[in-house]
Unconditional design. Sequence first.
Lengths: 741, 593, 105
Amino acid sequence: MPNLVMLALLVVVLPLAAWTYGFLYAFFNRRLPSYQDKLATAAISGSLVIALYMFFTEVLFVGSGITNPESWSFTWIQIGVTGHHPFILNLDLAVDNITVIMFVVVTIVATCVHWYSQSYMEDEDRYSRFFFYLGLFTFSMLACVATTNLLMLFIFWELVGVCSYFLIGFFFLKKSAGDASKKAFVVNRIGDGCFMAGICLIYSVLSRYWPDEGVLSFARIWESIALLGAADGPWVGNESLLTAVGLLVFMGCVSKSAQFPLHIWLPDAMEGPTPVSALIHAATMVVAGVYMIVRMFPLMAGEGYLSGNYFDSPVLFIIACFGAITAIFAGTIALAQSDLKKGLAYSTCSQLGYMVLAVGVGSIGAAMFHLFTHAFFKACLFLGSGSVIHAVHSQEMSDMGGLKDKMPHTRWTFLISCLAIAGTPLFSGFMSKEAILGQAAAYGLQVGAFWAWFPFVLGGITAFLTAFYMFRLYWLTFHGEPGDQQKFDHAHESPSKMIVPLWALAALAIVSAGIAMPFGAGHTGGHWFQDRVNDQVIVKDYLAVNASTAESRSVFGDQQQVHLVHHHDAAAIASPVVEEFHHNFHSVHYPLLGGSIVAVIFGIAGSFFFFVRNRNKDFLADIPPAVEYRRVLQNLYYVDWFACERVVPTTKDVADAAGRFDNRVVDGIVNGTARFFGRDLGWAVGRIDNIVVDGAVNGAGWLMMAGGSLFRGMVNGRIQDYVKFTAVCMGVLLLWVLAAG
Amino acid sequence: MLLTLSIFIPMLGMVVVLLLPKDNHNLIRWTSVGIAVATFIPIVVLTMGYTDPDGESAADTLLAERERVIAEAPEAARAAILALTAEGVAEANDPGTMSDLAADDERAAHWSLVKGDREAEAAYHEAWELAIAAQAAISQNLKYVEYGNWIPTFNINYILGVDGLSLPLIFLSGLLFILCFVYSFNITKGVKAYYALFLLLETGLIGVFAALDFFLFYVFWEIVLLPMYFLIGYWGGPNRIYAAIKFFIYTLVGSVVMLVAMLALYWQGGYDTFNLLTLIGMSGNFDATFQMWIFMALFLGFAIKVPVFPFHTWLPDAHVQAPTAVSVILAGVLLKMGGYGFFRFSYTLAPEAGTSEFMVMFIGLLGLINIVYGALCAMAQTDFKSLVAYSSVSHMGFVLLGLAAFTPEGIMGSVFQMFSHGVSSAMMFLLVGVLYDRAHHRDLNKFGGIGLQMPYYTGFAIIGFFTSLGLPGLAGFIGEMSVFMGSLNAEGFDWSGTSLYAPLPRWVVYAALPGVVLTAGYILWAVQRVYMGEAKKEEYKTYSDLSGREVFSLVPLAAMCIVLGVWPRVLIDFMNPTLDVLREFITTAGIGG
Amino acid sequence: MPDIGLNAYMLVAAAIFSAGLGVVVARRNAIAVLCGLELILNGASLNFVALNRYTGPVARIDGQMFAVFIIILAAAEAAIALAILLNLYQMTNTVQIDEADSLKN
């Protein structure tokens, strides 16, 4: 097993060990150990150390990062006998740049959350259980990003979903928490069902081409796309299926990463404790969807992948649209939220839309970059909000206000993160958002058609909105007059266990994008992140080591064969499409930079004006035409209403109808048949027996009697009559003889 | 010997229990548990020894029996019988052909030595049966074959044997009975009769899975019915008589139709045999119409047991009215009799019919209906047990869907799902039983807050219900995943060289996918109503958590759910060779036949 | 003697027989019935004699022998019948024959 893979295994297994210990302890002792929190925190800290080690030694300062990711396979399931088209599912582990980056994200945020929760949750009854669930979650999430097999990813994906179920429903005494967790799981299941179908279809197509192998690994999937140019590739002749598969797999992302219209579970997920919201619903679980489509990018880019011409891919455009719509949709709703956490939730939803948008317009690097930076500042925002909620004992912003002096640490970290998310230059969010919008604009330019500008336009508007509503949250919480004087008096800064993680994350919010820019610039001279997470390079490097035949491996090893999209790599041959794109990107770069700075300034200033100067929490309430719109926003564009008031009751009605149908009709037929054969038929046969059969018997008897009485009259005892009769008979006999003779 | 032991120890045990004094409940209970454990021991030995490559295979045993039969035949006919039933020629020399041989046929010489002598003819018939049985494709994976004459006049023999398909089910039966016996310590009326009937039930169930003679199989199949009738009808809930009668008559109707098929097979082609392996070996010669009739007749018998829509309505009544332990056995093992019947009998005896376009669509559609309709009905139930019963209907739909696909992962998923469903639904019924013992009602809408009061129990409930939901990491996922893989792969699979010309279309599977969402919906809704929230009634706060007895019956099942989910190879490797051979046989038997 | 042919004799015998039958059936007095019976017997015996004379072998006289038998038997039977009648008269005090119907069902 290669060295890196062993380290990765260690990263993944440490939280599992802590969790398993808790599980076994609970099994034997009927309760969890009281030190579960320390165990879990120690485990995740260990994983953090290893992940950081991997990051710094392999990725950050080294050339282009990991360039020859060796994978390690272990056959988990083999169904069928070799030679008879078996189904093989391998536990594939490999470590490349993306893996390490995800490890870093997950472990940093998880460690911060673990430390934070030790203080935040200490009053809870089921304190140990919280860490127990967190342990399972961190294991699942890390495994999800470590594995390079799509079906294994799906397995851990669902496990992550179930952990989310447990954690959202942590306060299960409240009905709303139970409802929220159920909703989250069921909505996720919808996406998962489609995802599963997509995986099965991929298996169906690829196993025909590579029988006797585990074909669901990334290596095979990517290779199959690379073979689209060949005459006998697995997807050749199956292009419509490829598009369908791309969409089905994307549906998994739609539900997991809360894209419209399956976003409805995310705001409700705020029922869970705040650290959970920070970890799962901001930084890690929801980004699993983005991670997955980043990995499956070749599949979705389809035919244009090899040439770099993603701009023709319908699947990618649809993805971009979903992302863009989600971004603006969630962004507008966030404007009308009065609950601090819900506001942050919609903000997360919007940023996820950005990430998906990035993938759709062709840059997984930009998506991963935004994922990376977003994780830190969003987690910081959530933990900060937790700090405020802890102090004020309320989630409504109407109970907050003017806390800036009472809770300075929280305030400053919150402010830093807000600046980051708004896209202020020098903060990390600026760079990542830049990358996305730049790519979207270049996409528009490249394709030229008016609909291609759709992602960029929506994304741009959202950028403005983001600054606006995020700062609204900030001003309303920390500035102005206190909403509730009692709560205000009671409020105090949080203990250090909560403050330290906040500062750590805030520091990362500034630094995570810029830190390595001068370092590790790589041999391509581009941005370090984009360098590491270039889809072509990632795939090429991976396949150079893991492709199915030695021949393919050498093909992929040869740099010349791949067309890099974004970088000045003199050694590579860029296709005309790529060249054009390159040109477009640079032409929009500076205007965009200017535009985004303007947006930030306007956003901050505008929100300041509305919410500090005028202290008008009820934004839009005083602009008559917008009141209607505000109501729409408060009703979340009626999507939730549709799902909960229309879809669910309809399903229940259908279910009830099915139940009644089963009871009355199907069972009725059974009972009816039984009654027919048992009672009715028996009655009929009984009647027949009584009337007909018995009647025949009686009739025969009566016939006898009648015949008898007929002849009885002849015997009257008189001899003369007898003689008469004899004579007559003799005469008849005589006549008969004469006649016959 | 081991198989006979495991089948008849319960029967002997029943006699022992009947002799015990009826007031000493503890003696009866512990004796029964002891008997169940005594039955389980040979089963465990069988399981461990099955994968040993040095064990005697079925072919060897059967051929050895053939030698014995020939050695016991009349002197003059021995060589002739040997020649007639030799490998390679036995198939052509069946009794039907022999009786109308032309005079100039070279075999006539042999036949003349045999014909006329009743003993010789009987010996020839038996030797022929054994020869065909030994070379049947299925026999490759059968082990522990036991052979003996039972009713020679009708060629009924006592043949037992297990392979990768039946042994896991036998193992599951043996285990579930121990757990049920322990759980049933809370039965207080008619304890002796209860345990005696249960032991008889065990005999019938293990016999069904082990029997390789069609008549013997039928006898064991019928043995199962009677104890169930009494167990439901006497120890059951308020509507028990109706449920018991319904169950009995419904199943009996199916069995009678199956009997007709059995007799038709006996007389087919003049073979005059009930030996299943022989019939399978000769099934290539059955003509297509006959096969279709046989398949439909057997289908009725097995479909009622699976249960397949629309023959499923006995299940909710039987499950709800039966006492907990009986429901566990009903769901855990009885339903598998139907699925096992499909694999062992229907498809092997009528392979061409089974792989015909009509049948593939028929079974696939029924599977689809089972999955979705079962899930919808489950959602509509307010009785906890009824919900679990309909979820059984839904899960067995996966079995049918995988079966209709005929791909390796489809077939494996189907059998794996049978096994994992046996474990998970047994667990769910036990969980409901635990609750019912405390609350004496099962109304979902009246529950609430159980999780707060009984956290240990809730932990088990989470494992049980999430297995049923198909969560990865637990047993239910493997079966579900394999079935979906297999059935979506059916259209894309390489069917060249097989008789499957019209594989299962993909739209059937797409239509079944919402079943997954619906399953999540009703299970989570039930979990929320029962375990989450505040305690709806004050008395819920007084419930004690699981007792040792209850823990004992839940732990093995929970462990199996987790082990099968995390390391399914335990079961998959066991079943792989058998199912592969079975699948190859079914899909290629129609060619050239 | 002139030959009048068999038919004449048979016709006469038939007439006597029929007359006798008519008397047996129609007369109510028992003695009259007996007379009718005699007539029947004698008609039959006349038939015998005539047929013997005309169709029998020349030397045989079976018919005449039969006629003698019939006369003897008629006498015997008349005696017995009268004896029965006397008993019947003693019991029922009448000789009307249709009064003797106690053998009716």
